[in-house]
Design a protein around this ligand. Structure first.
Ligand code: MG
Length: 157
């Protein structure tokens, strides 16, 4: 078995939706990013790559590469999942925590788990997404951005 962890942060900017865990959620701001700014999927990709010591998302999908401008992060995740499979591993489980003062995420957690599980060719019982605020403390608490933390366990095929 291999374990990996990943962290991502994006700051708020213009817009009216955020994309988290592959799910578009209405918000009074969007997230500034080269891609769609999906911190949940970016943290998850980094955890998967980290588990196999394959570098990080910036190495595989450089934000200087125009091919990745505005890309749907689900495509990045599916690419990473293929890479993991090609190395002989599959997901044991993933546990992800999103820290956001806004928008309210509780109604969207189930859809995020299902979307992630579908892109990882696994059961949603292996995917956990949790959300918390930071009690108005720090950059997340001030509503300046959203952070996500992911931990994964991979099993050999
Ligand atoms: Mg990112």
């Amino acid at each position: 078995m291999r374990i990996g962890q990943g962290i991502d942060v994006h700051r708020f900017g213009d817009g009216d939706t955020v994309c988290l865990g592959g799910v578009k959620i209405a918000c009074d701001q969007g997230l500034v990013a080269h891609s769609d700014g999906d911190v949940v999927l970016h943290a998850l990709c980094d955890a998967l790559l980290g588990a196999l010591a394959l570098g990080d998302i910036g190495k595989h999908f450089p934000d200087t590469d125009p091919r990745f401008a505005g890309i749907d992060s689900r495509e990045l995740l599916r690419h990473v999942v293929e890479l993991v499979a090609s190395k002989g591993y599959q997901l044991g489980n993933a546990d992800i925590t999103v820290v956001a003062q806004k928008p309210r995420l509780a109604p969207h957690i189930d859809a995020m788990c299902k979307t992630i599980a579908a892109d990882m060719n696994t059961s949603s019982s292996r995917v956990s997404v949790k959300a918390t605020t930071s009690e108005k403390l720090g950059f997340t608490g001030r509503g300046e951005g959203i952070a996500a933390f992911a931990t994964v366990l991979l099993e050999e095929h």
